[in-house]
Design a protein around this ligand. Structure first.
Ligand SMILES: C[S@@+](CC[C@H](N)C(=O)[O-])C[C@H]1O[C@@H](n2cnc3c(N)ncnc32)[C@H](O)[C@@H]1O
Length: 175
């Protein structure tokens, strides 16, 4: 019997990719609106091909965007200026960047998931508290992975973004 292409079927790799990209763009554009009047920089944790970095800089031309990755493999039109790039393993660059930047980010966008679920989960556990530290009160953290950290509370994603396809948090105001 031929399988149906329209009724309940698993999501293909293409479906999942489109879902992730759609969620990413909607979450970023929504977050940019929320922080519109909030001073602060942006952190892009995971440059990759530079797609979301490029989108962020188009949406926020007046904000400083600090970028993290172990290497530069972005499209040549989406390579950050060297002085805004923390190049190396997050384990080294994230604590070093905190020494330099402190709690100054209005928005953190973290996209670091890989094909290795265990490494991704461990990285998410480690990164969550660091990302919270960088974020100003009421600032936002977006991530492709669920995060857990003191001071971060989940917030709703914009309409149309399927739950579980992206994750958004607000930095609680310090008591
Ligand atoms: C999914 S890609 C980011 C895609 C990017 N947002 C884009 O739009 O093109 C994840 C990136 O995180 C980087 N990365 C993952 N784990 C890392 C680590 N422990 N230290 C440094 N970079 C890491 C990878 O090198 C990769 O470029």
């Amino acid at each position: 019997m031929r399988s149906s292409t329209t009724s309940a079927r698993r999501m293909s790799r293409l479906d999942l990719f489109i879902r992730r990209m759609t969620a990413q763009r909607a979450a970023i554009e929504h977050a940019v609106e929320v922080i519109r009047d909030m001073p602060g920089s942006i952190l892009e944790v995971g440059l990759g091909k530079g797609r979301t970095f490029d989108h962020l800089r188009l949406c926020c031309p007046d904000r400083r965007i600090w970028v993290f990755d172990r290497h530069v493999a972005a499209h040549r039109d989406a390579i950050p200026d060297r002085e805004t790039l923390f190049l190396g393993e997050f384990a080294e660059t994230v604590p070093a960047a905190y020494e330099k930047l402190g709690q100054t980010a209005a928005l953190v966008h973290a996209d670091f998931g890989s094909d290795d679920p265990r490494t991704t989960r461990e990285l998410a556990l480690w990164l969550g508290p660091w990302l919270a530290r960088f974020t100003v009160s009421n600032g936002l953290v977006l991530s492709d992975q669920p995060l857990e950290a003191e001071g971060l509370e989940p917030v709703a994603l914009p309409p149309g973004v399927e739950p579980g396809s992206y994750f958004a948090y607000r930095r609680r105001v310090a008591p």
